[in-house]
Write a protein that binds this ligand. Structure first.
Ligand code: C6P
Length: 405
């Protein structure tokens, strides 16, 4: 069992008063709160150890470079990649997916080739593939989802063929909460000779990631959804595939030699890391990984599963409330609508009760169209939330329904 008070004390924003009020934070799927050591490491870099990485032999540059590369080493173990060179730092999940679509996609796809994604993808796992289709003449195929919000595996089987070149699918949906049977989906794609990209943005702090067990070819995630800083993420790729891909950005750090006649490129991972990166972000990310590992992903998942069960039970007592996304296998995300109330009104009023929930389409417009709702309110929970907070959410929602008669 997790010691909730001990966990909460490690997140400085909890207990902090904004405009004189403590805020109940249920928007962790958008971004998690930051661990105190993440904040301290960011401050330490800017206050005491600021220097560029991979460029100087002076002490400060050596310290920054060491710390920067330590995060890569930690991520290599965190996701169990075969080597540290398979860990590419990016700005986040969005950039990682775009990198694959452009670099791998443009050199491997042509007219008539097929890309498969699911109906529950975040826009960042839809639009890059549409752009790639426009450029190459490839076709985008969509795996349907059920009314509960599960992948239709039979339809997926039928969509897969030798024309399929890549499948890109979310592991845990940010809107429905559904955890997809990703390992099975990967092996099905491999049987047809397709490569597989996992969008692990919402999985990273809830589900143990082992890329060698999954056998995925690419995996993308963002530090800010796992208690770390914004503006930094990773792309994992199998070394052989990454080695064959052309760099996406040209500039400093990604080169071996430059002359006006010819430039040769650096080895992995630097080949994909042109320019000065988010050094503070990468360094501070290590602290978030340490927190997750010290707490144990399994313990976090167990605690959140209890929160999800409790919240599902409590929120369904709110008159007229309907949950969108009722898969048996979910991360702690509850999207809902309330009869006769617009989601924006609910979230605006909830804000008056100092409750932070997200409203809108959550960058998943096709899910809204599939579930026949204009938008949803989304409450997402993390390891620092408590059952007492969930009761506050329920009470606020009941008051809101009463206000509207
Ligand atoms: N979802 C949410 O409120 P970035 O913005 O690059 O860090 O992550 C993009 C992304 C990709 N896939 C999934 C499944 C996601 O949930 C997100 C980000 C946030 O749901 C912001 S829209």
């Amino acid at each position: 069992m997790l010691n909730s008070e001990m966990i909460r004390s490690q997140f400085p924003q909890i207990g902090h008063k904004t405009n004189g009020h403590e805020i109940y934070y249920f928007d962790s799927a958008a971004t998690t709160l930051k661990h105190k050591n993440v904040v301290m490491a960011t401050e330490r870099y800017y206050q005491e150890e600021c220097a560029n990485v991979h460029r100087g032999i002076h002490t400060l540059s050596e310290i920054s470079t060491d710390r920067y590369e330590q995060t890569r080493e930690k991520l290599h173990h965190f996701i169990n990649s075969q080597g540290r060179e398979e860990i590419i730092f990016t700005k986040g999940t969005t950039e990682s997916i775009n990198l694959v679509a452009k670099s791998w996609g443009e050199s491997n796809l042509g007219p008539g080739d097929e890309i498969i994604i699911s109906h529950m993808e975040h826009h960042s796992n839809i639009v890059p593939w549409q752009m790639l289709c426009e450029k190459t003449g490839a076709l985008l195929k969509i795996i349907p989802i059920t009314d509960k919000g599960d992948i239709d595996l039979d339809a997926y089987t039928n969509l897969l063929s030798t024309k399929t070149k890549i499948v890109s699918c979310v592991w845990a949906s940010n809107t429905l909460g559904t955890i997809n049977p990703i390992e099975k989906m990967i092996s099905m794609a491999h049987e047809k000779g397709a490569v597989f990209l996992v969008d692990a943005a919402q999985a990273s702090s809830h589900i143990k990631i082992d890329v060698q067990k999954l056998q995925c070819d690419f995996l993308a995630l963002s530090a800010h959804k796992m208690f770390g800083p914004t503006g930094v993420g990773l792309l994992y790729g199998k070394k052989d595939i990454l080695n064959q891909m052309p760099p996406l950005f040209g500039g400093g750090d990604m080169i071996d030699t430059v002359t006006f006649e010819k430039t040769t490129y650096n080895v992995l991972p630097q080949k994909f890391e042109a320019g000065t990166p988010n050094i503070a972000g990468v360094i501070a990310w290590a602290e978030a990984i340490d927190f997750i590992q010290a707490t144990g992903v399994e313990n976090i998942a167990e605690y959140e599963a209890e929160l999800l069960a409790f919240a599902t039970e409590e929120l369904t007592q709110v008159p007229g409330l309907r949950i969108i996304g009722t898969s048996k296998n979910k991360v702690a995300v509850i999207s809902f609508v309330i009869e006769d109330l617009h989601p924006h009104d609910i979230a605006t009023l909830a804000n008056k009760y100092h409750i932070a929930v997200r409203t809108g389409h959550h960058c998943t417009q096709p899910i809204m169209e599939r579930m026949k709702v204009p938008a949803t309110v989304r409450a997402s929970f993390s390891v620092y939330n408590t059952q007492e907070e969930i009761i506050k959410l329920k009470e606020a929602l009941i008051k809101i329904t009463e206000l509207f008669g």
